[in-house]
Design a protein around this ligand. Structure first.
Ligand code: AMP
Length: 439
């Protein structure tokens, strides 16, 4: 039997209500905070990520799904890559479509995206080779730290709305490119005498971009990493001031945070503010829910104008895992069918088709089977469908126009006309979507 490729998986119908809930709440957050959606291709030129994310990062160095496209008559096959992240593509689109062009000074472009990303990482719980991210980018001429705090405030609301608690916001500043260059020198000097204690990947990182040593997860490297100088002690004046203001904005919003000077994020484009939201005990080892930061130089790196940017992405896979059990149960229950039609006899079958259509036209979610069965079997099918109600149509019901409506949870049964049934079902909230609308 052919199965899914290692590191990929099917999201089955039982889990989809949880995925949709996370997506819906994300969309609602973006709507409230003035973001618009963008969709970019799943594959891009390899160079976009090599330049944007950085050659020395684990993502580009080890994890990309890169392939040479078929050569055509007029061109060599070019190197393409399944996107491992979506900030570089969004910034590329922003430049390509000159989204910056008709903006007044200080005007921000706020974009969000949702879709699959691909990294050839070692699969484990919460880590997949095809995973799903939702993310947002704020771009414009301003690098006001209030922009960053507003993003965090939005994420705070988002997590609360999903009932995900016990998360920790970790923040750091990775400085501007000049102060980082000076710091990298210091860092390399500190690493050099200890190189023999570090893993092969760290040797590569030391050569290519020493900052990436902090991304190392190898146990035996950690004691050395713990002794290395931290970037927070080498910040330039302006980055330091920026960081202080960012923290003050978080304080003003009542958002709790922890400064982690060793959190430098695994992508090269970050400048100044970087952050992560680390999740609760449901997540295990792969517990980073959200990652983001400022990337002021990225547009220029990609051949665009000097635009400032700040953004984040979260993993949908992990966000779904972090949902509390009772919330997950509620979401699954709210996804249930409204009604399952049980009919007995040929006349009732015809009536059932007609009534199912009328109910569906009235917005009721209806399922039925097409086989005429004994009452007991038919009721078992209704139970199995997890519908809220069973509608029972037999010969008497066809004659009288009054049907049996059985609440499958409580077992209560009433005798009602079709119109009364429609009213009854319509007045009770059908699913969490309707409850959302009613709020
Ligand atoms: P990054 O783009 O590496 O900053 O990651 C941002 C978020 O995407 C992480 O915090 C995770 O929630 C999620 N993520 C990254 N890589 C994976 C993966 N391989 N599998 C599942 N989720 C991931």
């Amino acid at each position: 039997m052919i199965q899914t490729v290692r590191g990929t998986r099917d999201i089955l119908p039982e889990d989809m209500p949880l995925w949709r809930r996370v997506e819906d709440v994300a969309r609602e957050s973006f709507r409230r905070y003035g973001y618009r959606e963008i969709r970019t291709p799943i594959f891009e030129k390899t160079e976009l990520f090599a330049r944007g994310v950085g050659e020395a990062t684990d993502i580009v160095h080890k994890e990309m799904y890169t392939f040479v496209d078929r050569a055509r008559a007029d061109s060599e096959g070019e190197s393409l890559t399944l996107r491992p992240e979506n900030t570089a593509p969004v910034v590329r689109a922003y430049i390509q479509h000159k989204i910056f062009a008709d903006k007044s000074p200080g005007e921000l472009t706020k974009l969000y995206y949702s879709g699959p990303m691909f990294r050839r990482e070692r699969p484990q719980a919460g880590r997949y080779r095809q995973f799903y991210q939702i993310g947002a980018e704020v771009m414009g001429s301003s690098d006001d730290p209030a922009i960053e705090a507003e993003v965090i405030e939005m994420l705070d609301w988002f997590l609360k709305e999903l009932k995900i608690t016990n998360t920790t916001l970790l923040i750091n500043s990775v400085g501007d490119p000049a102060s980082r260059a000076a710091y990298l020198e210091k860092l390399r000097e500190a690493i050099r005498p200890k190189l023999d204690k570090l893993c092969a990947d760290c040797h590569h990182r030391y050569e290519a971009n020493a900052l990436r040593v902090f991304d190392c997860k190898v146990e035996s490297c950690q004691p050395v990493i713990a002794t290395l100088p931290v970037i927070t002690d080498s910040l330039d004046e302006a980055s330091l001031e920026h960081f202080e203001k960012f923290k003050a904005h978080l304080d003003a919003r009542g958002v709790a945070y922890t400064v982690n000077p060793r959190m430098v994020r695994g992508l090269d484009y970050y400048t100044r503010t970087a952050f992560e939201i680390v999740g609760n005990d449901k997540l295990g080892a792969q517990n980073t829910l959200v990652g983001g930061g400022r990337y002021d130089g990225l547009s220029e790196t990609l051949g665009g104008p000097p635009i400032k940017g700040f953004g984040f992405a979260f993993g949908l896979d992990r966000m779904v895992m972090a949902l509390p059990d009772d919330e997950a149960e509620r979401l699954r229950a709210a996804d249930a069918l409204d009604l399952f039609v049980v009919f007995l006899g040929a006349a009732a079958r015809d009536r059932a088709f007609e009534d199912a259509r009328k109910l569906r036209e009235a917005g009721v979610a209806v399922a039925m089977e097409f086989e005429d069965r004994k009452m007991k079997k038919a009721m078992a099918a209704a139970d199995k469908s997890r519908a809220r109600f069973a509608l029972i149509i037999g010969e008497n019901e066809v004659a009288s126009g009054k049907y049996g409506l059985k609440n499958l949870a409580s077992g209560e049964q009433e005798s009602l006309s079709l119109d009364e049934i429609i009213v009854k079902i319509a007045t009770e909230p059908r699913s969490h979507r309707d409850k959302e609308k009613e709020r």
